[in-house]
Design a protein around this ligand. Structure first.
Ligand code: SIN
Length: 480
């Protein structure tokens, strides 16, 4: 492990009930930039997970009984510590996940901002008094924490995908058991160390690191003491987890796959659209659920847009994320490279044209642009999760809306236009949970992040994100 300013942030054991928990077995965490070992982490078992769930259950009464202000002051200490250690935390992300240091630094700011946001939002969990049909009764609505929350989170945002769930849970008064991806456990454990320093009480925030994804997923979705299960990952796995949650009727939030259209009309600012496409497509080497997956470009401007995009893509500097000049890091592993390459080669066989990129070496896949793509080619029909931009030409608004919506997914969509009426029409008719108009980066803690159709259910961030961790209780007062 590269030197950290504060070596205390490097933890290699699960954090359960405020303790660093010993496990017998160990596994290796790799640096995707070099495929070399970064650290050996203790491999928690499903028994260890049960201990964490019991700890979260035990901590629930006192944490939920605290006032929102008391919870907020502890959470804000946690936020301050994350920002104080931003550069070390960012380095840990780059080392275990691969993204360029500037993006990792951004992720820490983004991840920590959820803690700050929900520390305050917890104070605004307002109820209601509803006028009643009979004058001798009163109808009250109060919001209460749902209980123990369990999460399973992916490797693409090792910090922010945890905080945007955990912060909402803690702000609402719930306790939390996190099972992060075993590919990126170090960020989660560093966060746990800072939660500990901030004084978050034992058992309120637990991080269990283990390679038994299926066994742990089963417990977290079926355990009777867990009231809510929250997941970010693929639609395929999400469907299975939802069905497992059915046995104990858990509240679920699912942030699943996407197939984002990025639509550029002939009235758009083309330079802005190119910059938006670069940001939304190549961020994290294309490994985000909201990355644009299909670039729909109006025929009138397709040549101009494509040439400008290629010029801009060629300026991306691929390399180890620790190098300051790097703007495109490695992908997470060989399997990810293979998946992307299969989509590219199959689509070329079906008639797509390779304009730039298309080669790979180690875990690095070149920034790639394809033209002559149609919506039914694998590169457009499936979630790419890699640095490939497929360009599809369209002629009119109705056609592009039909094509854009022709997917099982409904997470994010992007549209570049300077026509005011079209801004409204597209915003309303795109069947996606989030729409960026003349903007390629839409995520922030104040906004409700989430999808429709098979991209999931529930919202993270914003005032709506807190509701996913609360239940509504109706109280009827009679005899007035
Ligand atoms: C994701 O890929 O699921 C998250 C991306 C984001 O928060 O912007």
């Amino acid at each position: 492990m590269q030197s950290l300013i504060n070596p205390q942030l490097l933890k290699t054991k699960s954090y359960i009930n405020g303790q660093w928990h010993n496990s017998q077995d160990k596994f290796e965490v790799l640096n995707p930039a070099t495929n070399t070992m970064l650290a050996e982490v203790e491999n928690a078992t499903t028994d260890d997970l049960e201990i964490a769930i019991a700890a979260a259950k035990n901590a629930l009464p006192s944490w939920s009984a605290k006032s929102a202000n008391e919870r907020a002051s502890l959470m804000l200490k946690w936020f301050d510590l994350m920002m104080e250690h931003q550069s070390d935390l960012a380095k840990i992300i780059t080392l275990e996940q691969g993204k360029p240091l500037a993006e990792s630094t951004g992720e820490i700011g983004y991840g920590a901002a959820f803690i700050e946001w929900f520390a305050h939002e917890g104070k605004r969990a307002y109820g209601d008094i509803i006028p009643t049909p009979s004058s001798d009764k009163r109808v009250l609505v109060i919001k209460q924490p749902v209980g123990v929350v369990a999460s399973v989170t992916p490797w693409n945002f090792p910090n922010a995908m945890i905080t945007r769930k955990a912060a909402a849970a803690l702000g609402a008064g719930c306790t939390f058991v996190s099972r992060p991806s075993e590919k990126t456990p170090l960020s989660a454990l560093a966060m746990a160390h800072l939660a500990d320093l901030a004084g978050i009480p034992d058992g309120v925030f637990n991080v269990v690191i283990g390679t038994d994804a299926i066994g742990m997923g089963k417990i977290l979705t079926e355990h009777p003491d867990i009231a809510k299960f929250t997941f970010t990952g693929s639609t395929q796995v999400g469907k299975k987890l939802i069905s497992q949650c059915a046995s104990s009727v858990k509240k679920v939030s699912m942030e699943l796959g996407g197939n984002a259209p990025f639509i550029v009309f002939n009235d758009a600012d083309i330079d802005a659209a190119v910059e938006g496409a670069i940001a939304s497509k190549y961020r994290n080497s294309g490994q985000t659920c909201v990355c644009s997956n299909r670039l729909f470009v109006h025929r009138d401007i397709s040549e101009q847009f494509t040439q400008k995009l290629i010029q801009r893509v060629k300026l991306l500097k691929q390399g180890n994320g620790l190098d300051k000049e790097t703007t495109l890091g490695p992908m997470i592993d060989e399997r990810a490279i293979e998946n992307v390459h299969n989509l590219v080669t199959q689509s070329i066989k079906m008639g797509a044209t390779l304009l730039t990129g298309g080669k790979h070496s180690g875990n690095y896949y070149q920034a790639t642009v394809l033209s002559n793509v149609t919506n039914d080619m694998p590169i457009a029909a499936q979630e790419i999760f890699g640095p490939v931009a497929p360009i599809i030409i369209f002629d009119d608004e109705d056609e592009v809306l039909r094509l854009a919506n022709d997917t099982q997914y409904g997470l994010a969509a992007y549209c570049y236009t300077n026509n005011f009426g079209r801004v409204w029409r597209m915003s309303e008719k795109l069947e996606f949970g989030m729409v960026g108009i003349n903007e390629g980066i839409i995520s922030n803690p104040a906004a409700p992040f989430g999808g429709v159709k098979q991209s999931g259910t529930g919202r993270e961030g914003s005032k709506y994100g807190l509701d996913d961790y609360m239940q509504i209780k109706y109280v009827c007062i009679g005899g007035i």
